[in-house]
Every structure is written in C-alpha cells, then in structure tokens.
Write a protein that binds this ligand. Structure first.
Ligand SMILES: Nc1ncnc2c1ncn2[C@@H]1O[C@H](COP(=O)(O)OP(=O)(O)OP(=O)(O)O)[C@@H](O)[C@H]1O
Ligand SMILES: O=P(O)(O)OC[C@H]1O[C@](O)(CO)[C@@H](O)[C@@H]1O
Ligand SMILES: [Mg+2]
Length: 483
C-alpha cells in the first residue's frame, strides 16, 4: 500500500515494511497537462545496444544497506538515469549552467559533460554559461557553451565560468531565467549553492514556470551528507600527498625536524583524515571535529616531545578548521565572514607552528627545525584526476536525465554506489562530518598513535551523542563511513 503526502518542502511516499521514499519534485506537481515525448536516446546509435537502458520508473535507492531481518526498509531516493519519456523536446530546451562557492577539482569536467551530454544524448544546442556565480545571472553577460567551446576544459583546474560567494538575489535571478527563456538550470556548488538552488526552484514553482532545476553537489571538504563522496575529493587527497611528502622529507632531513601541513576542511576534516591515512608518514592529524589541547599531560606538546625523542622528526597535518576556538581566543579575532556569510578562519597552521616553536625555545631549550607548508589552495585549483573525471561525467549525465524527465528541485549523487535524485533539503540541513566515535577515526588514531585528546568523560559523551556503535549504521541521517 502506498500513500503520499507532499508539499514543496518534502514529498514523502510510504510503502510496506517501513519503506519510505523521499521523492523529489516533478514539473507535473505544479503544471497540469504537460506533454511527454519519447526519449531521443531510443534512436541514439551509441545507446541502442544497451539492454535495459532506461530506468524503471519505480526504481529507488536505499540509503541504508546494512539491514536486520526484522528492521524497517528505511529511507530511499529515486534512482537517477534516463526515462522512456521526457518532458522537453530537444528544440525547446534552453539550458544554463552556473558554478558557485569555492573551487574544486572537476568543475570544468562537470560543465563539459553537461554541455556534451545535452548535445549528444538529447540534441540540445542552446546552452548558456552564467558568468561568475549567482550574481552573474543579473549583473554579467552570459557565455554560449557548445561541445567545441568545452572540448578540453576538463584538463584545466578552476571553472571556465568563474565563481563567487554572496550575491544571491532570488527574484533578480528568476527574472533573468524568465527573460532568457531558460528551461533547465544546472547549479554546481556546495551547501550554500544548493540552498540557493532550492529557493530558485521555489520561486520558479511559485511563478508556475516550466523550468527544471538540477543541483550537482560540489565541495572539496566532502561535507555534503547523504551522497557517498563529493567530486574532486579524491584528487585533493592525492595532491595533499605531495605536501605531506615534502613535509616528511624536510622533517627527516634535520635534527628534531617538524613538518606542519595545513589542509582544507572548514568544518569537516575528511581531507586531513584521508590524506593522513593514505600517507603513513603523519604522526598527528588535527581536525575540527576532534578538539585538542596543547599544554599538559596528554596534550599535543608533550606528544611532540615524545615523538621527537623516539624518531627524531615528525609530521603534523592540521585541517584549517581545527582548534578555531583556541586560535580565535589567542588572537582575539573578530567574527569576520565572507560574502556568503561563512565564518572566516584564522590560520591554525601558523598559530600552531608558533606555539610549538615557543614551547621548545622557552621550556625545552631544544633546537627544533619546523617547516610550515600551506598547500590549501593548491589542492583545489588543479584539474581532476582520472577517477574524478569519470565520476563528474556520471553526475552530469544523471542531472541531465533527471531534468529531461521533468524532475526538478533535486541534487544528484551516488548513494551506496547508485546515483539518485535527492531533495535539496536533505543535503543542506546537516553537514557531513567525521564521526570521531566511528571506526575510520579509530583507524587513524591507531595508525598515527597520536593522543585522542579525549577524557573518559568526553569518550562517554561522544558515544552517547552518536548513540550505540550500531546506530551509526542505522542512523537515518548518518552516512556509513565505518566500513
Ligand atoms: N541560504 C542561502 N540562500 C540562498 N543563497 C545562498 C544561501 N547560502 C548561500 N547562498 C549562495 O550560494 C552561493 C555559494 O555559497 P557559499 O559561498 O557558501 O559556497 P558553497 O556553495 O557552500 O560552496 P563551498 O562552501 O564548498 O565553497 C553564494 O552565492 C551564496 O550567496
Ligand atoms: O578562500 P575562499 O575561496 O573563500 O574559500 C575557502 C574555503 O572554501 C573551501 O575550500 C570550501 O569550498 C573551504 O575548505 C575553505 O575554507
Ligand atoms: Mg559551503
């Protein structure tokens, strides 16, 4: 038995045995009598031979794949992919693409694949690039995008369209969409961008316009929940190895050598955690989710003394958002924000380097040789690697298939390896963070042998906050990162 309840916020369908579909909006939810057309892919020579090319309308993807015999089936999302019927004729589509927020490897690949996918799979040849993020809709000229224009852009870092923070003026953006006669909007960006896409969708719907809005989640920090991983993350972790290697070479080449590497990660320490686990040369990894302290027993400085005694050198990786409360306290900084309202961070790498140098100079009378390496922008300004390129292609194709099939107000992304359409609010409400009571962080602690900086009270509270260990696998809103 299926029953459904829906508003513009959520469209939830319930089925048997605790099955829940968190569906995405469709143009037919607010426009009556929309005409459908056979999917032109049916005649496409490249795809003709694929058996079962089209996704079954009822296919959904389970958010939770570790299940118990009598447990509820849980939350599902609509499976991404091409449908037999589409809601746009090729000639009718006028698409636009915008990139917002910080840079990330793979942005150009996603742009390229949206343009080429629309053109080659659906015969769409009216595609506009919006210059410089959301504000480009109303304050800049547009760029015409063709397969020829985007041919080799995946080999370059950054975004050929430019990006920005702030400047989201919903009514001006939607006026511009209306004035240009745009019928599909592809929005590439992080949590802020997807929030912006959600309000654009709401306004288009309020005006009753036949315009599909598709979000492609971008975040180098991997802080978007529900999806398995964000594009560019692997590339960034790989690039971070170069900085860690350099820090290690510098550190081991001198007496009491210390290499400090700062990596991106505003609120989520995934890059630092994965880069540390991959490298094996790191002695200590500091992330925003795990508070640390410097002084006293169990503190960072005592650990450094111990490591230097044991090995004669060490490497510390610090995520940019780690220990921000301590840094701000000590620098008595103002609560500055960027144009999008994101808190501007203090340089924790510099701060920690000073603290370490001070400690050894004042209290230990030991000569140390500390090198601080800050590759933060270098790891996100590069082109995506091979596997991210393939991933970007799948994201772009999933977004195109969804928009052509009339879905709107959705983000695409892999959930347990299968691409799905996810309602905007599900990926913007709670950021994805490293769970320090999870097995992955335990693996890191055991590989570096660093202190956890947690008292037994903290450990008890961390477990209590997350619930018992198995709840992580069961948690509706938690990704299973434990593996
Ligand atoms: N709540 C919101 N409503 C509407 N627009 C928003 C909202 N939050 C952010 N935006 C807009 O989204 C754009 C990008 O936001 P932001 O600078 O926070 O980056 P992001 O997409 O979160 O990417 P990242 O943080 O990974 O760099 C900006 O133009 C900003 O104005
Ligand atoms: O300096 P910018 O470009 O505003 O962005 C810095 C922030 O962007 C991010 O890379 C996220 O996109 C964060 O890791 C970082 O704090
Ligand atoms: Mg963000």
């Amino acid at each position: 038995m299926m029953g459904s309840s829906g508003n513009t916020e959520s469209k939830v369908v319930k089925g048997d045995a605790g099955y829940v579909l968190e569906d995405v909006p469709h143009l037919t939810d607010y426009i009556a009598d929309l005409q459908t057309y056979p999917n032109p892919l049916q005649m496409n020579p490249a795809y003709l031979v694929v058996k079962q090319y089209f996704v079954n309308e009822d296919d959904t993807v389970a958010q939770k794949i570790v299940v118990h015999k009598n447990g509820p089936r849980g939350t599902h999302f609509r499976r991404a992919g091409p449908r037999q019927k589409v809601y746009f004729e090729s000639d009718e589509v006028h698409a636009c693409i915008v990139t917002c927020g910080g840079l990330c490897p793979g942005l150009n690949t996603v742009i390229r694949e949206i343009v080429c996918g629309l053109y080659h799979m659906y015969g769409v040849n009216k595609i506009l690039g919006i210059d410089g993020g959301y504000r480009g809709f109303y304050s800049k000229n547009t760029v015409t995008l063709t397969p020829k224009v985007v041919y080799d852009i995946h080999k370059r870092g950054g975004t050929i369209l430019g990006t920005s923070r702030g400047g989201h003026d919903t009514s001006k953006i939607v006026d511009s969409i209306q004035d240009h006669g745009i019928s599909q909007v592809y929005v590439i960006g992080g949590d802020g961008t997807q929030k912006g896409a959600a309000v654009i969708y709401e306004e288009l719907r309020r005006r009753g316009l036949k315009v599909a809005v598709a979000g492609i989640p971008k975040t180098i920090d991997n802080d978007i929940p529900v999806i398995d991983k964000s594009f560019g993350f692997d590339t960034a972790v790989e690039e971070a190895q170069r900085a860690i290697n350099a820090a290690h070479v510098e550190a081991e080449s001198s007496e009491n050598g210390i290499g400090v590497v700062k990596l991106m990660g505003r609120y989520s320490g995934f890059i630092a955690m994965y880069a540390t686990l991959a490298s094996r040369d790191v002695d200590c990894c500091l992330i925003p989710e795990s508070p640390f302290y410097l002084e006293g027993k169990g503190g960072l400085l005592k650990f450094i003394e111990k490591r230097l005694k044991e090995n004669g050198h060490m490497v510390i990786v610090v995520a940019e958002g780690a220990g921000q409360d301590r840094v701000s306290e000590s620098l008595q900084s103002m609560d500055d924000q960027d144009a999008s309202g994101n808190k501007l961070l203090q340089d924790v790498g510099l701060w920690i380097s000073h603290k370490i140098k001070d400690h050894f100079a004042k209290h230990q009378k030991t000569v140390i040789n500390l090198k601080y390496i800050d590759p933060t922008y270098m790891i996100r300004a590069i082109p995506s690697n091979a596997s991210d390129n393939v991933y970007c292609t799948l994201l772009a194709h999933s977004a195109i298939h969804g928009a052509m099939a009339g879905y709107t107000g959705f983000t695409v992304g892999p959930v347990n390896g299968r691409h799905a359409y996810i309602p905007f609010h599900r990926i913007t409400e709670t950021p994805n963070k490293v769970v320090i009571s999870d097995r992955m962080w335990a693996r890191l602690l055991s590989s570096t042998n660093q202190p956890s900086f947690l008292s037994s009270k903290d450990i008890y509270e961390a477990k209590d906050e997350e619930g018992p260990p198995t709840q992580l696998l069961d948690g509706e809103y938690c990704k299973d990162t434990s593996q």
